[in-house]
Design a protein around this ligand. Structure first.
Ligand code: NAP
Length: 298
């Protein structure tokens, strides 16, 4: 039996659907079982910050996929550590008899990259979120349970709460910073597929990222094309000033302005994994999903 934490989240919903489709016995650990949109799965109520609540979910579990976490550039550092590190420690304690744990880490452990960051590059997180993911990853790898940690790049696709916020601004013509950085995205279905592969093979740390990093301006131009608009670029300082008026936007913007280049050779060699989604197709799919949601909400 596989236990999936974070099953109600952006990545978790996709992975839950794919695990079920592949015929895996899976149980979802969620804070609100009634709110889980994926049906036909055993959902157990639990909160990773409450160790006692985890026990019932672990009956007959041999594999844990731990996605639950707080992703935020606004939450206080202590809260990020409470959910991402202490929560992971609680999951590890409950999983002590499991045969494998797969953990969703993040490329934020690298901070700003200079050239391609490989799994051998010393981590240097520059946000509280990145520090909490690194601490959690280290706890997973030191727990004495066979483990793999995926350092996942920026995930995009239908259903992403972060991209929904960004696309809302984009659609309203909010200016795009003319930032001289490279960025890297991976589609949510590719991330899900990486976890399915990881059930069978792999140990240790892997970058799970797009094959190619692309200039931020190129990404913005592609996104604008999906909206049938011309991109409205402005200097970074001006966009940062405008962003300061919206709670949390400046921190989110900062994350987008981080240089992101990651080596993906290890995942390809050891796991036989490389992303399949073509970026243009994936972006168009996400924007079309966003527009259909916006129509429903209107
Ligand atoms: N999205 C990305 O770009 C990205 C990139 C790299 C790594 N990651 C990692 O991938 C994982 C999944 O990300 P996501 O994008 O799917 O995030 P998300 O949409 O924000 O989902 C987070 C999930 O964690 C659950 N959760 C939060 N606090 C919890 C707690 N105290 N107890 C139990 N469950 C809790 C949430 O449950 P509720 O529904 O109850 O809130 C939700 O299911 C995270 O660990 C994240 O750090 C994501």
């Amino acid at each position: 039996m596989i236990l999936l934490t974070g099953a109600s989240g952006f990545v978790g919903r996709q992975l839950l659907v794919d695990l079920l489709a592949a015929g895996h016995p899976v149980r979802a650990l969620v804070r609100d079982p009634a709110g889980l949109s994926v049906k036909g799965v055993e959902a157990v109520k639990g909160d990773v910050t409450d160790p006692a609540s985890l026990k019932p979910a672990f009956r007959d579990v041999d594999t844990v996929i731990h996605l639950a976490g707080a992703i935020s550039y606004r939450l206080p550092a202590a809260e990020l550590m409470r959910v991402n590190l202490d929560g992971t420690r609680n999951v590890l304690a409950a999983a002590e008899r499991c045969k494998k744990i797969l953990f969703a880490s993040s490329v934020s452990v690298y901070g700003e990259t200079r050239g391609e960051a490989s799994e051998a590059t010393p981590p240097a997180p520059k946000t509280a979120y990145g520090r909490s993911k690194l601490a959690a990853e280290q706890a997973v790898l030191a727990a004495g349970i066979p483990a793999l940690a995926y350092r996942i790049s920026v995930v995009y696709g239908p259903g992403s709460p972060i991209w929904t916020r960004i696309l809302k601004l984009f659609g309203k013509g909010f200016p795009i910073p003319r930032a001289q950085v490279n960025t890297n995205l991976i589609h949510v279905r590719d991330v899900s597929r990486a976890f399915l592969v990881g059930l069978r093979k792999g140990a240790g740390v892997y970058n799970i990222a797009g094959d190619r990093s692309l200039p931020f301006e190129e990404l913005a131009t592609k996104l604008a094309a999906c909206f049938h608009m011309a991109p409205r670029f402005a200097p970074v300082w001006l966009v940062s000033m405008l962003a300061a008026a919206k709670p949390g936007l400046r921190q989110e913007l900062q994350a987008f302005l981080t240089n992101r280049e990651y080596a993906v050779a290890k995942a390809r060699a050891d796991l036989g994994f490389s992303p399949r989604m073509d970026l243009d197709t994936g972006l168009q799919e996400m924007v079309s999903w966003f527009q259909s949601q916006a129509k429903e909400d209107a």
